[in-house]
Design a protein around this ligand. Sequence first.
Ligand code: SF4
Ligand code: SF4
Ligand code: SF4
Length: 277
Amino acid sequence: MLAKTLFYPYNYQNMKRYSLRRFFFKNIFRSIVQLAFVAAMVVIIWLILGFTGAHNICPWTIVEVPILVLRAGVGFFFIWGMIIGAAGIVMTCFYPRIFCGWFCPLGTLFEFIGDIGIKLHISSKRIPHWLNERMRVFSIGVLIFLVLGTIVRGTLVCTIACPAFWICAAWKISVPIITVLFLLCWFILSIRVKRGFCRYVCPYGALTSFFVPISIHAIGKNLEVCNNCGLCAQACPMGIDFNVAFVVKSKHCIGCGDCLKSCPKDAFSWISRKSSR
Ligand code: SF4
Ligand code: SF4
Ligand code: SF4
């Protein structure tokens, strides 16, 4: 009972029923957008760019390429990746991390894996809010490590553990054992914790999260109509705790809108972050 109270601050029975009922298509419009971008990525990489093409459209290149340009004195490359990376940051200035919530194919994959974990009842219990928020520091560590690694090595050091690169390249080149171990970790993490990779590992997610506090919009919750059913907490793919405030300030928020879709009382809406201060 104590564990339930700690991990499920809302109505536990409702949440349990919800987790049995839901599977991927809970927010149809977002799912369509996500699947469209997955399909576009498959076509662009496999048919146009080739098996190492993940680099060309990876938003993380917004950090790595300028470092390599400065270090090696070469011209800019992976231009599309840098444009996508910059677009993700600009979008975050309007809505929190919506590149992650709506467009990133890797995020879609990890969300889907997390849904399978829920369906198979092998996902972990809800991570306590304080721990979920603090574990974001690991992704910041990954970001710093990759920046320093790129400066020191002068190469794309991210390749060693990048799931996007190896999903495309594993069919063509042999995968180093250390990479296999990393990918296994990301897979197990994401099946146990929905979007675990996005929450605690991804360096681009860590980068965009720094811009969340300046995003114009935020999710607001009307505490007066809420009946504490807990469906919103169960729906949130980033494990955000709605019990603590009426404005979602968490840097984990990916602007997916699943909390809005899940609430039977229409308690959620997009509000101006400025007006809520
Ligand atoms: S955190 Fe990284 S992997 Fe996850 S959706 Fe955002 S960019 Fe994609
Ligand atoms: S905000 Fe809506 S979904 Fe969340 S606990 Fe309250 S009534 Fe339920
Ligand atoms: S708070 Fe709402 S919009 Fe933000 S990640 Fe959670 S469900 Fe998505």
